[in-house]
Design a protein around this ligand. Structure first.
Ligand SMILES: Cc1ncc(COP(=O)(O)O)c(C=O)c1O
Length: 384
């Protein structure tokens, strides 16, 4: 079927996946734009043809990626470290802070497992977890403030959007509360970064981790970690190695201080291919601008939400734009979601997901409302 023109003029050749399916699992793993795929191929050719004789070219591209990532979130380049996953970034904080037995860490009651496990480990050092209750599939700021008021909170671990329900947190408001009550603010941003604008200073963020394979449209295993400059020394030197120290080319000195920047978290040889490709994806999204991406993605989601509702579904992800993300979650009391998603794939080449006993549809910027209308029509036609 012919593709409708794209309102943001995204070149269809950047996303060959559009010619074989309607992919609605960007909250899981995104396709990467063609330019990022080209970077992976370039690296494959370069490493087989030249190996480390052209390492300088790779270093330059990696440093450009650091600049692009810093600019994307309003950080300084010295505050960006490359890590392998969101999980790795969260663990750097959870295992790196010298917790005291009186410390309280606020963790969302039903977060992604990594954003619980990283803090659970802090219990070994005596810290205590307090679970921010989920009410009507939301995390209310009043609940957070009430707990902060009681005192003792050292860190709030927030999530920019809940992976199953699509609830998007007001990260700026959480950050302001953290500042007001003297708590550190660590954000798992994987479910919004690439779609919704985010500025680490405005949102009073001390630490942030986000892998690139979801909304940032990079390859898996290539993530960014932000650590505010004045918090670098809060993370103890426990995951260390030659690449994260000063004077890396001095191989003869064993005992060297950590790099003065967030490069200190890059302990060993880099994921050159992945991080360079992540850089291309970030540049692609930066050119579109997060403000236009979020606007476009929400229009796609609204088309899904109203279409599903008209077909008798209950949309449980927030409809209020303040709390809505690029994740649509919907339920239907007579539908077997597993059977539906299998049928959508087999009959219509529509790839959807099921999370927390609901259908999860997560469109991204290169898609169009025309494609969303086809998805709604297909779901409505399901007779499982
Ligand atoms: C909110 C959230 N955090 C963390 C992760 C895991 O990310 P990674 O595999 O990069 O550690 C996911 C993956 O679905 C997620 O949805």
């Amino acid at each position: 079927m012919a593709l409708a023109p794209h309102p943001l003029s995204v070149d269809p050749s950047e996303f060959p996946i559009r010619s074989n399916q309607i992919y609605l699992n960007h909250a899981g793993t995104s396709p990467i734009p063609r330019r990022s795929a080209e970077m992976l191929k370039t690296f494959a050719d370069e490493v087989s043809g030249y190996a480390s004789s052209i390492y300088g070219t790779w270093t330059k591209r990696l440093e450009q990626t650091r600049d692009a990532a810093a600019h994307f979130i309003g950080a300084h380049r010295d505050e960006i470290g490359f890590v392998k996953s969101t999980t790795a970034g969260l663990n750097l904080v959870g295992m790196g802070i010298a917790w005291k037995p009186s410390d309280v860490i606020i963790v969302e009651e039903r977060t992604f497992p990594s954003n619980y496990l990283a803090w659970k480990a802090a219990e070994h050092y005596g810290a205590k977890l307090w679970y921010w209750p989920e009410r009507n599939l939301r995390y209310e700021l009043e609940d957070l403030e009430a707990r902060l008021k009681q005192g003792g909170v050292r860190l709030v671990a927030s999530t920019s959007a809940q992976f199953a329900t699509g609830f998007r947190q007001d990260i700026r408001a959480v950050g302001q509360l953290c500042r007001q009550y003297g708590a550190l603010h660590c954000v798992d941003a994987i479910q919004t970064l690439g779609v919704f604008p985010l500025d680490v200073t405005e949102c009073a963020i001390d630490f942030l981790a986000a892998d690139s394979h979801k909304w940032l449209m990079g390859p898996e295993g290539a993530a960014l970690f932000y650590c505010a400059k004045d918090k670098l020394n809060l993370i103890q030197d426990h995951l260390i190695g030659w690449l994260g120290r000063e004077n890396i080319a001095d191989y003869d000195t064993l005992n060297k201080p950590p790099a003065a920047s967030a490069r200190r978290f890059e302990e060993g040889s880099p994921n050159v291919a992945g991080w360079m490709a992540m850089g291309e994806s970030i540049k692609f999204l930066a050119e579109l601008t997060p403000a236009r991406v979020s606007e476009h993605n929400r229009s796609l989601c609204r088309a899904l939400e109203s279409g599903l509702e008209a077909a008798g579904w209950n949309v449980r992800s927030p409809r209020d734009e303040k709390w809505a993300s690029s994740i649509v979650s919907a339920t239907h009391d007579r539908v077997d979601y597993g059977a539906l998603t299998a049928w959508l794939w087999n009959e219509h080449r529509i790839f959807a997901a099921v999370r927390r006993n609901a259908l999860r549809l997560s469109p991204h910027v290169y898609q169009t409302e025309d494609e969303m209308a086809r998805v709604v029509a297909a779901v409505a036609a399901f007779r499982g």
